[in-house]
Design a protein around this ligand. Structure first.
Ligand SMILES: Cc1cc2nc3c(=O)[nH]c(=O)nc-3n(C[C@H](O)[C@H](O)[C@H](O)COP(=O)(O)OP(=O)(O)OC[C@H]3O[C@@H](n4cnc5c(N)ncnc54)[C@H](O)[C@@H]3O)c2cc1C
Ligand code: SF4
Ligand code: SF4
Length: 422
């Protein structure tokens, strides 16, 4: 069994989630690179260093270790019935950006962008570190540091493809005031671990916001979407969105068309593209992820799937308040007119995220299977995994959680190094 003595052993064990924090910590030696079949992975600039330990990265890497402190889960005021499957939640809200353009462009209700904008304009943060499409290669992503509303708007909408927002943490490190960080739950977990373990980091994050996340599909997933649209070459792409512009929105590309530079637009159905194509391209670490809802963020945001989207639905987001800092920012963002939101009761969360609750419940059985097969296994703490498995799965699902994983160990060759390992 792999004990993760070196950084390179993490991608080699299929446990890298591509956050990029190792590349931030060791910029001279490591840069992130897209591996089309799996995700963004650390590449060692100097081959002779690939066997090095990189101890600071091993300490913060969310691929191999994520844990809650017991006192965080025992705080007064938490919604107790939610803690087991969803981590610390003080309040549940549903809302949307008051700015109609942000709401329309956003993935669900534009709440993440509206909160970031509020912090930029009213809380004197130096900037917002997050992810946007790479204009030169719109089927790929890049990390941006937004200091204007235009820049925040340019990044609205979920990108169902690999992104490494932590690789640019130097932007926050070098800023002259605290900043906002936005990313997936594993990206935020890496930043939380950094603030907990590295001197000077705790004052640098004014607010962390996580999106809910069922998993990151590889670049091959995006290429399959394009192929489904009839496009074999990315050279003519002008833009690519996975959703947004209404709720939930559709995958939509704009292409250069003809000599007079006309634009052509192609679209796919949202549910068919996620369920039929993207889902099967998720990286392995997402199949065994303990935190799909941003449990280490101040605020986390997802879709209110407890209700069906209506025709031309402008969208709303589900908002989880996870810290006192998050509670204060949400109240001020509502009071100053950036957000419109209403409290919801705690049943709305499991009703909205049935699949994510099941994913958490399967995890205990999956980890047992990995250990039995002597396949690489991450360390998780404080997620009530056995309780979730025992209470939230029926007998058949319990058996499948173990046997299905045993099968995947062999089908996905999880005990071998990936052929594309860098
Ligand atoms: C890979 C992925 C899987 C998801 N799975 C689920 C799910 O299973 N259930 C669910 O309810 N919601 C899921 N979401 C979240 C959902 O799609 C919305 O992002 C969320 O509801 C927030 O919407 P919003 O309108 O408030 O955000 P917006 O205002 O549109 O802002 C979205 C922000 O997310 C950032 N972002 C976009 N893509 C990425 C990325 N790949 N990595 C890091 N940051 C990114 C952007 O920089 C932007 O600032 C997923 C999101 C992603 C990226
Ligand atoms: S999960 Fe993040 S820190 Fe760990 S190896 Fe991958 S990119 Fe580096
Ligand atoms: S499912 Fe988990 S590991 Fe995968 S991208 Fe989302 S938060 Fe990261």
């Amino acid at each position: 069994m792999n004990t993760f003595k070196t950084l390179s052993s993490i991608p080699e064990s299929h446990l890298c989630c591509g956050c990029g924090v190792c590349a931030y910590l060791y910029p001279e030696d490591i840069k992130m690179q897209d591996v089309a079949s799996s995700g963004r992975r650390p590449a060692f600039i100097r081959k002779d260093k690939s066997g090095d330990i990189y101890p600071k990265a091993l300490t913060v890497c969310p691929g191999i270790h994520v844990a809650h402190l017991p006192e965080i889960l025992r705080q007064k005021g938490l919604l107790a019935p939610l803690v087991k499957s969803w981590g610390p939640v003080f309040e549940l809200w549903e809302g949307y950006a008051a700015d109609q353009e942000i709401r329309f462009e956003g993935s669900s209700g534009g709440v993440m962008s509206a909160l970031a904008l509020y912090c930029l304009e009213k809380e004197n943060v130096a900037g917002v570190l997050h992810v946007a499409a790479d204009e030169g290669n719109p089927h790929l992503n890049k990390t941006i540091f937004s200091e204007t509303k235009e820049s925040i708007l340019s990044a609205t909408g979920s990108r169902y493809s690999p992104a490494s927002p932590c690789e640019q943490l130097k932007e926050i490190d070098n800023a002259n005031a605290p900043c906002v960080f936005m990313g997936k739950p594993c990206d935020v977990a890496a930043v939380k671990r950094l603030t907990d373990t590295q001197t000077g980091w705790s004052e640098k994050i004014a607010l962390s916001i996580a999106c809910f996340c069922a998993g990151t599909p590889s670049t091959n997933g995006t290429l399959e979407i394009l192929a489904e649209m009839g496009l074999e070459d990315t050279a003519t792409l002008l833009s690519l969105r996975y959703r947004g512009c209404g709720w939930p929105g559709k995958p939509r590309v704009e292409l250069k068309h003809g000599r007079n530079s006309k634009k052509k637009v192609l679209e796919l159905d949202y549910h068919e593209s996620w369920g039929g194509i993207l889902q099967k391209h998720r990286q392995w670490r997402c199949y065994i992820c303990p935190d799909h809802t941003g449990e280490f963020a101040d605020i986390s945001v997802g879709d209110p799937w407890y209700r069906d989207a209506t025709e031309d639905d402008p969208g709303r987001s589900l908002i989880l308040i996870r810290t006192e800092k998050g509670r204060a920012v949400l109240q001020k963002a509502i009071a100053s007119g950036y957000l419109i939101a209403e409290r919801r009761n705690e049943e709305v969360l499991p009703a909205s995220q049935v699949n994510l609750e099941k994913a958490r419940a399967r995890l205990w059985g999956q980890l047992i299977a990995l250990k039995l097969c002597r396949a690489p296994c991450p360390r998780y703490g404080g997620f009530s995994l056995y309780q979730c498995w025992r209470q939230n799965l029926n007998f058949t699902e319990k058996v499948r959680s173990i046997l299905g994983t045993v099968k995947r160990v062999f089908v996905k060759k999880l005990r071998e190094k990936p052929r594309t390992s860098l």
